[in-house]
Design a protein. Structure first.
Length: 134
C-alpha cells in the first residue's frame, strides 16, 4: 500500500494578488502543500512566527519592508530563523542570488515563474535545505 506524501506548510508572500493566486494554484496541484498567504513583509513576519511554516516563498520587491529586509528580520527571530526562505525576483536570478544567499536564503526563483514546475522546484529546494540540516 502506497503511503500518502506528508503535507507541508508553505507561506507565500507577495504584494501582487495575481502572483499569489498563480503560485497557490500551482502548489495546490501537488497536494503536498498547505498554503498560507501574506501580502507584505510585516504580515510575513507575523505569520511565520505564529504558524511556523516549513518553507517561505518571499517576493524580493515589495512596498514597505522589501523581501531582503524581511529575510533579515526572519533570520533574527528565534522561531523563524530556521525556516528555509526562497526569494522570488524579477531581476535576473544570477544578479541577486549570491546577495540573497549571504543573508540566509536557501534558494532564488525568477519571476515570472512557470506554474507547471513551481511545485517541483519548491520540493527540490526544500529537500536540499533539510539535507543541509542533518
Amino acid at each position: 500500500m502506497a503511503v500518502a506524501p506528508a503535507i507541508k506548510r508553505v507561506l507565500l508572500v507577495d504584494d501582487e494578488p495575481l502572483i499569489l493566486r498563480v503560485a497557490q494554484m500551482s502548489l495546490q496541484r501537488s497536494r503536498t502543500w498547505e498554503i498560507l498567504l501574506a501580502r507584505s513583509g510585516q504580515d510575513a513576519l507575523a505569520t511565520a512566527i505564529q504558524e511556523r511554516p516549513d518553507i517561505i516563498l518571499l517576493d524580493a520587491m515589495m512596498p514597505g519592508i522589501d523581501g531582503l529586509a524581511t529575510l533579515r528580520l526572519l533570520r533574527r527571530h528565534p522561531v523563524s530563523k530556521v525556516i528555509p526562505v526562497v526569494l522570488f525576483t524579477a531581476h535576473p536570478v544570477a544578479e541577486r542570488a549570491e546577495e540573497f544567499r549571504r543573508h540566509g536564503a536557501v534558494g532564488v526563483l525568477g519571476k515570472p515563474f512557470d506554474p507547471n514546475t513551481l511545485a517541483a522546484q519548491v520540493e527540490e529546494i526544500y529537500a536540499r535545505s533539510l539535507a543541509r540540516r542533518t
